[in-house]
Design a protein around this ligand. Sequence first.
Ligand code: PHE
Length: 346
Amino acid sequence: MITERVKELVSEIDNAVVTSKEQLESFRLKYISKKGVVTELFDNLKNIAPEDRRAVGQELNTLKNLAQSKFQEFSAALENSADANPEMLIDLTLPVTPNLQGSLHPLTIVRRRIIEIFERMGFNVSYGPEIEKDWYNFSALNFADNHPAREMQDTFFISKSEGDVKDDVLLRTHTSNVQVRLMERQKPPIRSIMPGRVFRNEAISARAHCVFHQVEGLYVDKNVSFKDLKDTLYHFAKEMFGKDSTIRLRPSYFPFTEPSAEIDVSCFICKGKGCNVCKYTGWVEIAGSGMVDPNVLTNCGIDSEEYTGFAFGMGIERITMLRYGINDLRLFTENDVRFLRQFEGA
Ligand code: PHE
């Protein structure tokens, strides 16, 4: 009987498959531990007839040795397996996968820089809606009802009002709408810049796009003068384009400012000697500006006898193109990583 049982166990052990720590442990419990079958058989020896005991004892010893050597074989195999040593799965001869870092979009870099410069001069940042009523985009800003900028060629209209043009709904063509909203809501002093997306019905080319970004600025208080405007933009140009930069103002016209001036910065590429960025003039245009027209203050509920203000507006794309020598506006929206990756760490 017992011999039969031993034979069975020998073949069981011979055929055992152990591929995990758990299986190794059950193998140990079953065949090696003090509570296992082999020990049980040894305990049974005393019940065997004395003349057979020796032979059976030898068989049991063989079984015990077999179990032990199998156990050692299994645990050695497990220890050397990839499961136990995950580093064995790493092929050290493979080329390293590059750890690609993302980068900020150049327009984001420049927008943040502009905001930072004006914040240090005491300006806060204001935002407003991109879908806007005519009043905030045009009428309050002193645009005449028949001003050409209202025409379909420039403005994306969302709905035309049956009655008053001031109720037309459109995509804002500049961030000046935020100036109106600020002045309607807040008593001076107001010192704020307004970054945002603007929309104009233009064919997309290297130099024009129907969606672009502006930062406008507004300062309204008692005794705000044209000199304040000039000083502020002079300081901005030095911070943005370098200590050697200077500015010049050219007379211009905007419905919402009087007097108005176009701001040019000395060409920071050729230092004024003349190059193709400044078209050999030594100057590049960066912003429109002027003293807020008293009509605009009145439209927004601010006493134009008591308060004066200046405003300016610049295109973020234009400044970015100047700063990085980018010659095609479309690069900003094409999302070509070869272009974007150049701004890593910038
Ligand atoms: N809103 C003007 C534009 O979009 C820029 C501007 C703002 C000019 C403020 C003067 C003063 O072109």
